[in-house]
Design a protein around this ligand. Structure first.
Ligand SMILES: NC(=O)c1ccc[n+]([C@@H]2O[C@H](COP(=O)([O-])OP(=O)(O)OC[C@H]3O[C@@H](n4cnc5c(N)ncnc54)[C@H](OP(=O)(O)O)[C@@H]3O)[C@@H](O)[C@H]2O)c1
Length: 227
């Protein structure tokens, strides 16, 4: 399978490395490949410069956002929420049309420091904005409620018995996403919340996630829906 991962941050890298490791072809998308490789500063939370990571993960291809979206049979949005619509627009409507677009982003505004606030909430969500902007794409919200390492290794938290949510309007795309979460990463408990308006709940969980993180002081936690 060819997967296009839009986003060169910790989420894009973590997803790309794991999806490539298990035998898929993966391209990471960025604004400017040369500039990305030329960066020498570490990212937030001490993430190494991209080139250091790429030297350790040479199987992952690099491209512009447009090249990456065109490449992927499945496309994942792992870009900063405040930039996601701009990034996807630059990636090209035609490159997303008819494709499963797994949206991992969160509409977080860090401009006033910590904790971040949501730029979209209550009666709308970033996932719905993306779907409205790209009506031909099949947007499924997933993975945004856990940290990057937990996305690809749920077993790292309590043996993996905790809940991942999905929401989306296209039932086959959502079912495929649930299958991929299990097959690629080992998720056991995937809860379908319903249509894409339910991404509001998934994104509005982030203010609580941030507070839990403040207490746990490490990103290795998740919630389990117990009935
Ligand atoms: N960090 C986590 O554990 C975690 C967990 C769940 C969900 N998320 C969500 O996943 C997404 C990615 O998070 P992240 O921490 O990996 O990285 P990030 O720093 O939020 O995003 C990095 C990506 O966004 C692009 N970007 C940033 N500002 C841009 C702008 N003004 N115009 C165009 N592109 C821009 C960058 O492009 P370049 O490549 O060109 O620099 C890069 O590809 C976010 O929406 C985040 O909320 C994160």
């Amino acid at each position: 399978l060819k997967v296009g991962v839009l986003g060169s941050g910790i989420v894009g890298r973590t997803l790309a490395a794991k999806i490539a490791l298990i035998g898929n072809e993966v391209t990471i998308g960025t604004r400017d490949v040369e500039q990305l490789l030329a960066r020498t500063e570490s990212g937030p939370m001490g993430t190494p410069p991209f080139s250091v990571w790429h030297d350790e993960n040479p199987a992952v291809h690099l491209g512009t956002f447009g090249e990456t979206a065109a490449y992927g049979e499945i496309v994942m949005n792992a870009t900063a929420g405040v930039a996601s619509l701009e990034v996807l627009t630059s990636a090209g409507t035609q490159n997303l049309s008819g494709k499963l677009l797994i949206d991992v982003s969160n509409p977080l505004d860090f401009s006033k420091g910590m904790p971040p606030s949501l730029t979209i909430s209550n009666t709308d969500s970033l996932a719905e904005r993306i779907q409205a902007t790209f009506p031909e794409a099949k947007v499924v919200k997933a993975l945004n409620t856990v940290s990057a390492p937990v996305m690809v290794d749920p077993g790292a938290v309590g043996g993996g018995d905790h809940t991942m949510f999905v929401a989306g309007n296209d039932e086959p795309s959502k079912a495929r996403t649930s299958d991929l979460l299990k097959e690629w990463f080992g998720w056991q408990d995937v809860m379908d919340l319903g249509d894409l308006s339910n991404a509001r709940g998934m994104e509005m969980y982030l203010p609580l996630w941030v507070r839990i993180f403040g207490v746990v002081q490490a990103p290795f936690f998740n919630i389990k829906v117990v009935r």
